[in-house]
Design a protein. Structure first.
Length: 73
């Protein structure tokens, strides 16, 4: 079952393109890009998500990430 977002695809695509442009302009290697994205996710969870919800949201995020990678295989 596909995941339905409350955000429109065009806005998501614009943000993705902006982030990927930053990595490309910096010539950031894949491991640095992934490490940076992980740090951003951690920052968002710690600064913008109530402590009692962080574990559940982090787990859900990880599961969705694994599902999206599995689709590619």
């Amino acid at each position: 079952m596909p995941i339905v977002s409350k955000y429109d695809q065009e806005r998501q695509d614009q943000l993705i393109d902006s982030i990927l442009d930053i990595f490309a302009n910096d010539k950031a290697p894949n491991d640095l890009a992934l490490m940076t994205l992980g740090n951003v996710v951690t920052h968002i969870l710690q600064e913008h998500v109530p402590a009692e919800k962080r574990q559940a949201i982090a787990k859900q995020f990880g599961q969705i990430l694994l599902q999206s990678v599995a689709k590619e295989q």
